[in-house]
Design a protein around this ligand. Structure first.
Ligand code: NAD
Ligand code: TYD
Length: 364
């Protein structure tokens, strides 16, 4: 069986990827994760007795550690999920985003290059460096603009998006200059189990369950293109297995929805699964001050991966959202761990000064 070095594998998408990889027998996994505020080891507790899974706490920027892991485990691929990933935090404190997403990815590339260059010809041929990135590098669309394609010019607007764009450019340069066999995927907004509850969907589910306000930035008409996390993981695996080196692939669910619609759908599901007497969860919807520089619309044209690699998502937004809400209802221990520590500080910092602009009724 092959071995993958997965970075950031205790976070939302990386943990779902590792669980799929072990369930489906894709590979033995070495997970290198720093365990920032966004993750806790309990997330992959199900693999604690799995001999095909090993966790190493550390930083992708630690070249000595990465080189030791490469020499020891001789992986056929590195999958780089590690990142600072929350746009609002990148606005409040961008430094960590540059450090991990740009400098960290650079160090990982450089260590990988030096390792890859000394491999025997057949190992060199097989090796891949897959970089997991985002559609946010393309900037914001107007309502009638065509969706992002792989050749859409980069126009990142937030420090998060700019740091991911920087890392994408470095990956491209390492392929172009040194021949490192890289692959890049740019995906739309993911949702599903194990997403840290600072992001829209889990935040809304958990606030609604506790009867707290459901904060919607601005007018709630910003559009995101949602993809169920397992569909993203399958796409990444397909790119890793079948793509030519140096390629980039856009991945998306063709599920363009306004934030208000997403929140209303969560409320309807909770009205069914966790009803409260004489009370609709949507009554908690609260419009608050907008995010600075808030991108209006993202949309992915995923025809290249569908055409070249035959990838299709399995979940509709309705089926994926239902599974997601049910997962958060069933996993209160995970939720408690995620919300301990610095989470309460962040909630205060991000939400306490955003005074309510108007009640939901006036927006309909
Ligand atoms: P996440 O914030 O849930 O997880 C990131 C993980 O990386 C955490 O476990 C964290 O501890 C780890 N990490 C952070 N800095 C590190 C470092 N210096 N060294 C090692 N580990 C480090 O993020 P996510 O939502 O799982 O996103 C994973 C990747 O997918 C990111 O690169 C992100 O840009 C990209 N992406 C995310 C989405 C989305 O909707 N969440 C969409 C498209 C692309
Ligand atoms: P988020 O989950 O942070 O992902 P991203 O900013 O990477 O798209 O936010 C998704 C959308 O939801 C985005 O338009 C911002 C909005 N949003 C809110 O309206 N309220 C919130 O409390 C959060 C966290 C996000």
């Amino acid at each position: 069986m092959q071995t993958y070095l997965v970075t950031g594998g205790t976070g939302f998408i990386g943990s779902n990827f590792i669980l799929s990889a072990r369930r489906e027998g894709w590979a033995t996994i070495i997970n290198l994760d720093k365990l920032t505020y966004a993750s806790h080891p309990q997330t992959l507790a199900a693999l604690s007795d799995d001999p095909g899974y090993q966790f190493v706490q550390g930083d992708i920027g630690d070249s000595d550690l990465v080189r030791t892991l490469l020499d020891t485990h001789q992986p056929t691929a590195i999958l780089n999920f590690a990142a600072e990933s929350h746009v609002d935090r990148s606005i409040v404190s961008p430094h960590d985003f540059i450090q991990t997403n740009v400098v960290g990815t650079f160090n990982l590339l450089e260590t990988s290059r030096v390792y890859w260059e000394q491999l025997a010809a057949n190992q060199k041929e097989q090796f891949r460096f897959l970089h997991v990135s985002t559609d946010e590098v393309y900037g914001s669309l107007n309502p009638t603009d065509p969706a992002f394609r792989e050749d859409t010019p980069y126009a990142p607007n937030s420090p998060y998006a700019a740091s991911k764009a920087g890392s994408d450019h470095l990956v491209r340069a390492y392929h172009h200059t040194y021949g490192l066999p890289t692959l890049t995927t740019n995906c739309s907004n993911n949702y599903g189990p194990r997403q840290f509850p600072e992001k829209l969907i889990p935040l809304i589910i958990l606030n609604a369950l506790e009867g707290k306000p459901l904060p919607i930035y601005g007018d709630g008409q910003n559009v995101r293109d949602w993809l169920y996390v397992e569909d993203h993981c399958n796409a990444i695996h397909r790119v890793l297995q079948h793509s030519c080196v140096g390629e980039t692939y856009n991945i998306g669910g063709r599920n363009e929805l306004t934030n208000l619609t997403v929140v209303e759908q969560i409320c309807s599901i909770l009205d069914e699964l966790a009803p409260k007497p004489n009370f609709k969860h949507s009554s908690l919807i609260t419009f608050i001050k907008d995010r600075p520089g808030h991108d209006r619309r993202y949309a992915i044209d995923c025809s290249k991966i569908q055409r070249d690699l035959g990838w299709q998502p399995n979940e509709s937004f309705e089926s994926g959202l239902l599974k997601t809400v049910q997962w958060y209802l069933d996993n209160s221990n995970w939720v408690e761990q995620a919300r301990s520590g610095a989470y309460q500080t962040w909630m205060k910092q991000n939400y306490s000064d955003r005074s309510v602009e108007s009640p939901v009724e006036s927006r309909h």
